[in-house]
Design a protein around this ligand. Structure first.
Ligand SMILES: *Cc1c(COP(=O)(O)O)cnc(C)c1O
Length: 450
C-alpha cells in the first residue's frame, strides 16, 4: 500500500463526550474572583452573562461531559476533522522526524472556533436566551458565533476590533451573511466604547475593549447573554473534541507523538488538542513534550506575570489568575489577530505553572516563512495564528535533522488563511516587521494590574 497521508474517522467515531482535565491535575486552578469583594465568584455573579449549563461546565468536577445530540448533529457537518501526515513538508526539510497535523480549517468558517460556538449557542437557546453578544479580533470567532446562532435561531451582535473591521471586510460580510450585526469597536453604543473614544478618538481598538463593550451590552439586557471564544474553562472543554479525535487517528497511524506544539492566543485550540494527550501523559501511557507557541509581540506565557487581572480593558469581568501583560496592554498590530490578547487561559496558565507544559515565543517573520514553506509543500495556506505552531514544528524537525532523531511531532493546524491573505501579501512584499516588546513598555503595562 502507498504511504498513507490522511487519517479519516467515520461519523460514528465522533466523540460523545468532552474531556475535563481539571480532576486529573495535581491541584485545581485558582478560582476567578469578584472584583469588588475579592471572594471567589459564584454562579449568581455569572448568571447575567452566561446560561446555567455553561456556568456549570465552567466549574465541572467530572472528568467527562456528555455532548448533546443536537450539538453532535451540527458537528457532523465537518467533524471528525482529518489528521494528516506532512510527508511533503518532511521531504522538503529533509528531516527524519514524522510530522502530523490535525486540520480544523474544514469547519464552515475555516477554524476550530465553531467547536465551542455551536454548544454555546445551543445551551443559550435551550435556556430561552434570544440574543448573544460577543467581540471578535481577527473575525474568526465572530464568524463562528454568527454561524452557530443561525443554527439555533438566535440573534448575534458582534463588536469587531476597529483595525480588523477596516482591514477585513470579508469577515464582516461573512458574519452578516450568517445573519449577525457587526459594530466596529470602540463604538458609541456603549459606555466603555465612548470612554475610550473620548480619550483616543482614533483608537484602532483591542480585544480587551471589544470584550468590555459586548459584556456591558449583555449585562443590560435580560434576554441577552455574552459568549467568549477562548480563555474560559468551558471553551477549552468544548475544544477537546480535537484531541480526542487525534488520539484515535494516532491509533490508526500506529504512532505516538513525542512533541506536541500549538499556538496560543487565549489557549483554546492548544488546550483542545493537548488536554486529551496530557491525560494520557499523566496516566503514564505516553510522554510527549507539550509546547505552547505565542507571538513575540504578545508574550503572555513567556514574559507576562502570573497574577489576578481583568479579562477586559474596562474592568467589567471577574479577576482571573493568569499569565497577563496587563489588561490595558495593546499589542503591536501584528498579523495574527487571534493571538493579540493580553492574558492567557487560567487553566493553561495553571498547567504551565505546574510544569506540565513548556512555552516559547516566536517573531512573526519566522512564522510567515514557516507558513509559506508549509503552503508550498502541503498545499494548505495556514491562518497567521497557526504559523506560530508550524515555525516551532519546523525548528523541532530541523533539530531532528541534526541529531538524526526520528521524533514524532504533532501540531494543531487550527485554521486556513483564505480571508487573511493580505497578511501573506505583507510578508511576500517584505513589509513585515518584528518589533521586540520592550522591557519598559511591559513594566508600564504590568503596573496597571489590580
Ligand atoms: C482565535 C484563533 C486563535 C487563537 O485562539 P486560541 O483560543 O488560542 O485558539 C488561533 N488560531 C485561529 C485560527 C483562531 O481563529
Amino acid at each position: 500500500m502507498a504511504e498513507q497521508t490522511k487519517y479519516v474517522l467515520d461519523e460514528a467515531d465522533l466523540p460523545t463526550q468532552w474531556y475535563n482535565v481539571i480532576p486529573d491535575l495535581p491541584e485545581p486552578p485558582p478560582p476567578p474572583l469578584h472584583p469588588g469583594t475579592r471572594e471567589p465568584v459564584g454562579p449568581d455573579d455569572l448568571a447575567p452573562l452566561f446560561p446555567q449549563a455553561l456556568i456549570a461546565q465552567e466549574v465541572a468536577t467530572d472528568r467527562y461531559v456528555d455532548i448533546p445530540e443536537e450539538v453532535r448533529e451540527v458537528y457532523r457537518l465537518w467533524r471528525p476533522s482529518p489528521l494528516y501526515r506532512a510527508r511533503r513538508l518532511e521531504r522538503v526539510l529533509g528531516t527524519p522526524a514524522r510530522i502530523y497535523y490535525k486540520y480544523e480549517g474544514v469547519s464552515p468558517v475555516g477554524s476550530h472556533k465553531p467547536n465551542t460556538a455551536v454548544p454555546q449557542a445551543f445551551y443559550n437557546a435551550a435556556e430561552g436566551v434570544r440574543r448573544l453578544t460577543t467581540e471578535t479580533g481577527a473575525g474568526q470567532w465572530g464568524s463562528a458565533l454568527a454561524f452557530a446562532c443561525a443554527q439555533y435561531g438566535l440573534e448575534c451582535e458582534v463588536w469587531q476590533v476597529r483595525a480588523s473591521y477596516d482591514q477585513k471586510p470579508y469577515r464582516k460580510l461573512m458574519m452578516e451573511t450568517f445573519g449577525a450585526t457587526v459594530h466596529p469597536s470602540p463604538s458609541e453604543l456603549t459606555e466603555s466604547g465612548r470612554a475610550i473614544l473620548k480619550q483616543h478618538p482614533d483608537s484602532t481598538g483591542s480585544l480587551g475593549i471589544a470584550i468590555s463593550e459586548a459584556v456591558e451590552q449583555a449585562a443590560q439586557d435580560p434576554d441577552a447573554r455574552y459568549a467568549l471564544g477562548s480563555v474560559l474553562n468551558h471553551v477549552l472543554l468544548h475544544q477537546t473534541v480535537i484531541g480526542e479525535e487525534a488520539l484515535k487517528q494516532f491509533e490508526l497511524a500506529g504512532d505516538t507523538p513525542d512533541v506536541l506544539v500549538g499556538c496560543t492566543g487565549g489557549g483554546s485550540n492548544f488546550g483542545g488538542l493537548a488536554f486529551p494527550f496530557l491525560r494520557e501523559k499523566l496516566a503514564g501511557r505516553m510522554d510527549p513534550v507539550i509546547r505552547a507557541v505565542e507571538p513575540a509581540a504578545c508574550p503572555s506565557l513567556t514574559r507576562g506575570k502570573y497574577a489576578y487581572d481583568f479579562g477586559d480593558t474596562a474592568g467589567l469581568t471577574p479577576l482571573l489568575k493568569m499569565h497577563t501583560l496587563g489588561h490595558e496592554f495593546i499589542p503591536d498590530p501584528i498579523h495574527a489577530g487571534g493571538l493579540r490578547y493580553h492574558g492567557m487561559s487560567p487553566l493553561i496558565s495553571h498547567i504551565h505553572e505546574l510544569g506540565l507544559i513548556e512555552a516559547i515565543a516566536i517573531g512573526q517573520q519566522e512564522c510567515f516563512a514557516a507558513g509559506v514553506r508549509f503552503a508550498r509543500s502541503e498545499g494548505i495556506i495556514p491562518a497567521p495564528e497557526p504559523t506560530h505552531a508550524l515555525a516551532a514544528c519546523i525548528r523541532e524537525a530541523l533539530r531532528c535533522k541534526e541529531t538524526g532523531e526520528e521524533k514524532v511531532i504533532l501540531t494543531a493546524l487550527c485554521g486556513h488563511a483564505h480571508l487573511d491573505l493580505p497578511a501573506y501579501g505583507a510578508y511576500l512584499a517584505g513589509d513585515m516587521v518584528d518589533d521586540e516588546l520592550s522591557e519598559a513598555t511591559l513594566e508600564a503595562s504590568l503596573a496597571t494590574l489590580p
